[in-house]
Design a protein around this ligand. Structure first.
Ligand SMILES: O=C([O-])CC(=O)C(=O)O
Ligand SMILES: [Mg+2]
Length: 226
């Protein structure tokens, strides 16, 4: 019988740390520019403690307001993994809190992103080196009945994420990159950053902002000057 909706993949292939580290200082906005500006997750999933997040995705799918699979996941995720939880986007019930965050930290997990809510925010918001991103906050705690899935393809904040995808987040938001597309995106983002540096230099030193596309576009849309 198919166990869709109640299954656990205990391990998966992770990209090399070397590849992941190449994304360390790259702004998510620049990456999204290289992914046609439609690749970031739902803007309502925000950093709770203003930390950057980076690492391979360890995915979980839970029924609304239930965290049985997250409890199992904490025992099998590896150091550096980013736990990415598809909680259906509903915020009425928290999926985790301070106890679970402490256990994740002790186990060397790299951070947590939930398309849902957390609780114990007064503790979590003060953490400086354990990034947590969430959509909501509520004291209503999670049930622990299951079902759910671990390490299958899930949807978080409107974007598909597979186990082992590279998770990158900063103050702007989060996106996921397929490891096989990583090098190509890195090449493109380096060009974007170089162009932005040149533009910034002109703004600061020449007091000009190079935008050859602006008047061209206004002409193309036949804008009337009045
Ligand atoms: O009760 C739970 O499962 C979640 C929670 O508050 C904690 O982890 O501290
Ligand atoms: Mg708690």
């Amino acid at each position: 019988m198919s166990k869709v909706g109640c299954r656990i993949r205990t391990d998966f292939e992770r990209p090399s740390r070397e590849l992941i580290e190449k994304f360390k200082d790259i702004p998510v906005a620049n990456l999204d520019d290289c992914m046609n500006r439609i690749s970031a997750i739902d803007e309502n999933i925000r950093p709770i403690n203003n930390s950057k997040i980076l690492g391979p995705a360890f995915t979980i799918k839970v029924p609304e307001g239930d965290n049985l699979m997250f409890h199992k996941a904490m025992d099998i995720a590896k150091p550096g993994d980013i736990i990415v939880i598809d909680a259906g986007g509903t915020t009425k019930r928290a999926i985790f809190g301070e106890l679970m965050v402490n256990y994740c930290m002790i186990r060397g997990i790299g951070g947590i992103i939930v398309d849902g809510s957390l609780r114990d925010v007064d503790f979590i918001s003060k953490l400086v080196d354990f990034p947590v991103y969430a959509k909501g906050i509520t004291p209503n705690g999670p049930y622990k009945n299951g079902p759910g899935e671990i390490n299958t393809d899930v949807v978080v904040g409107g974007q598909v994420v597979s186990p082992g995808d590279i998770v990158i987040g900063d103050g702007d938001g989060v996106l996921f990159i397929k490891p096989y597309e990583a090098e190509e995106i890195l090449e493109r983002v380096q060009k974007v950053q170089q162009i932005e540096a040149e533009i910034m230099d002109k703004i600061k030193n020449d007091k000009t902002y190079i935008r050859p596309w602006m008047d061209k576009k206004l002409e193309e849309i036949a804008c009337d000057y009045i």
